[in-house]
Design a protein around this ligand. Structure first.
Ligand SMILES: NC(=O)c1ccc[n+]([C@@H]2O[C@H](COP(=O)([O-])OP(=O)(O)OC[C@H]3O[C@@H](n4cnc5c(N)ncnc54)[C@H](OP(=O)(O)O)[C@@H]3O)[C@@H](O)[C@H]2O)c1
Length: 266
């Protein structure tokens, strides 16, 4: 692909996007420019041929797609700063800033832009993110390009922007929920005889395998559970005890509590 990409804000997420795109071969290093104020931390990307800069204007003018990867509170200043170097018929904007609505960005601009808002998760660092994408004004080829970008970095799905808060909970907070589930497995594994290292390996790989079963076979979790639960067996006994203790209910309540925290700011 010959599209040029600017990443404004070369922090955790910005560098993960640059590295993932380069590793996948989807974008040539020379077609990526990444900026931050202190460019010293971008040295390894520069060595691999990516352009690095502390000049957002230069980066914006270079690009077809401008990925805004600064902190939410920095976004307004950054977007206002590069505005004179953006043209609606040349650049498409992609924001990864949590909680900033497309309309808020559009209101800072003088002409109607194509704007994407995306919500990846921390597994983007290993190209295994679940990324939810919404857009305003995008045509089919722009939508395809942006989904291809994030498919290099894991999996992606288009959602309505009104679901972005829900996507933050299920897709981004979800990493923490999964980690806590795995940690509990490790604690249980140690109690029944494994070393911490062995329990960690078994727990993490088992969860990874379970997730891959669903993703590759497109089955419902309960279908896979039925294959493991022998009548009167140990799996169903353990599962039912977990449910008596409120396992599914506690997860659902946690998800809804995280969501309400975002929506109501309680
Ligand atoms: N991390 C995640 O997994 C994740 C997931 C979903 C969404 N997000 C969103 O992604 C965004 C970035 O998160 P992050 O974790 O990558 O934050 P981060 O590591 O703090 O990165 C932000 C970067 O922006 C740079 N920056 C600040 N002001 C700038 C300016 N005026 N011009 C150019 N660069 C500037 C900073 O470097 P300098 O100080 O050197 O300029 C910093 O490296 C946030 O809006 C966050 O809500 C992150």
């Amino acid at each position: 692909m010959s599209k040029k990409i600017a990443i404004i804000g070369g922090g955790n997420l910005g560098t993960a996007i640059a590295e993932g795109l380069m590793n996948s071969g989807f974008v040539l290093a020379q077609d990526i420019i990444i900026t931050k104020r202190n460019t010293e931390t971008l040295a390894s990307l520069k060595e691999r041929g990516i352009q690095t800069s502390n000049n957002n204007n230069e980066a914006a003018a270079f690009a077809d797609y401008v990925i805004l990867a600064v902190k939410p509170f920095q976004l307004k200043e950054v977007l206002t700063g590069i505005k004179p170097h953006l043209k609606a018929n040349k650049q498409v904007l992609i924001s990864v800033a949590t909680g900033v609505w497309i309309k808020e960005m559009q209101d800072l601009l003088d002409e109607p832009f194509t704007i994407f808002r995306v919500m990846p998760n921390t597994a983007i660092a290993i190209q295994q993110s679940m990324t939810c994408i919404s857009h305003h004004n995008a045509n089919a080829s722009q939508m395809q390009f942006v989904s291809q970008v994030f498919n290099q970095l894991g999996k992606s799905v288009y959602i309505e922007e009104k679901l972005m808060d829900a996507a933050t909970v299920l897709g981004a907070c979800g990493t923490a929920y999964a980690m806590r589930y795995i940690r509990a497995n490790i604690q249980g594994g140690i109690e029944i005889g494994f070393s911490a290292a062995t329990a960690s390996l078994i727990a993490a790989q088992t969860v990874k395998g379970a997730a891959e079963l669903l993703l590759l076979k497109n089955t419902h979790p309960e279908q896979e559970i039925d294959k493991v639960t022998t009548p009167k067996g140990c799996t169903i006994a353990g599962l039912n005890e977990m449910e008596h203790q409120g396992f599914s209910s506690s997860l659902i309540k946690g998800i809804v509590t995280s969501y309400r925290k975002i929506v109501d700011g309680m």
